[in-house]
Design a protein around this ligand. Structure first.
Ligand code: SAM
Length: 225
């Protein structure tokens, strides 16, 4: 659970270098994660999709690349991040708090959220709000950081996350503290079964978790029935 004023400021500070820094810090793996995430969305044959916390719009653009004929609305509460999305050609952008969306009940058949849930002030309330805007039978797709379960890999990963990543990010963006926040937020964030339980408590059924890259990230899907 995060402080929204801090989160907004942190993303405003790094907006211009956000995309490049992601690719460098993840060695390009973030691109593959988003592609796989969107393949799951495409399999649901969506018509109206809402991408919450769209940031630079990378997921919304990947959805439109894989499914060019559908309607995608992309929202974020950070204007400089949305400006990067707009400058990269994305339209249908709405400035909105992901915890209080300006949309009717049951307006969308898919809600996607990539690396956004972790940054919300209250995870359970955010999930309930996303449940509200989904049609019965609609689906929530969440992509976010998780934690490796194989201990030797987890030790190496945590060393990279806490000791190496903030330093490289500080050099690239001039805002290392935003990436200290990233490391700490990943530590606090539920993953695996705990995340599935949280999604279920918010009113979703058939919740599944798919680990990516040995558990560094995961895709969660829940049904709004
Ligand atoms: C790590 S970025 C993820 C951006 C993008 N989805 C991606 O895949 O790269 C997190 C985004 O969540 C947004 N965010 C955080 N809290 C939010 C909230 N309460 N409402 C709307 N957007 C929020 C931030 O502004 C930021 O753009």
């Amino acid at each position: 659970m995060q402080d929204p004023a801090f989160v907004k400021r942190a993303f405003s500070d790094i907006a211009d270098s956000y995309v490049l820094t992601n690719h460098v810090l993840s060695f390009g793996t973030d691109i593959l994660w988003r592609r796989k995430f969107v393949r799951g969305v495409k399999a649901d044959e969506p018509i109206h999709v809402l991408d919450v916390a769209t940031g630079s719009g990378d997921v919304a653009k990947e959805i439109l690349r894989q499914c060019p004929d559908i309607d995608v609305v992309a929202t974020d509460f950070c204007q400089p991040m949305l400006a990067t999305a707009r400058n990269s050609g994305l339209t249908n952008l709405v400035v909105a708090d992901g915890m209080q969306l300006p949309f009717d009940n049951a307006a969308f058949d898919i809600v996607t959220v990539a690396f956004g849930l972790r940054n919300m002030a209250c995870w359970k309330d955010a999930l309930s709000e996303w449940r509200r805007v989904l049609k019965p039978g609609g689906k929530l797709h969440v992509l976010d950081f998780s934690q490796p379960t194989w201990q030797p890999f987890k030790r190496i990963y945590l060393f990279y996350l806490h000791k190496v990543l903030p330093k490289i990010a500080g050099l690239l963006t001039g805002h290392g503290s935003a990436y200290d926040y990233l490391s700490n937020s990943i530590n606090q964030f539920p993953h695996g079964r705990a995340m599935c339980a949280l999604i279920s408590e918010a009113g979703f059924t058939d919740v599944s978790a798919t680990p990516l890259s040995g558990g560094i990230a995961a895709i969660y899907v829940g049904l709004a029935d």
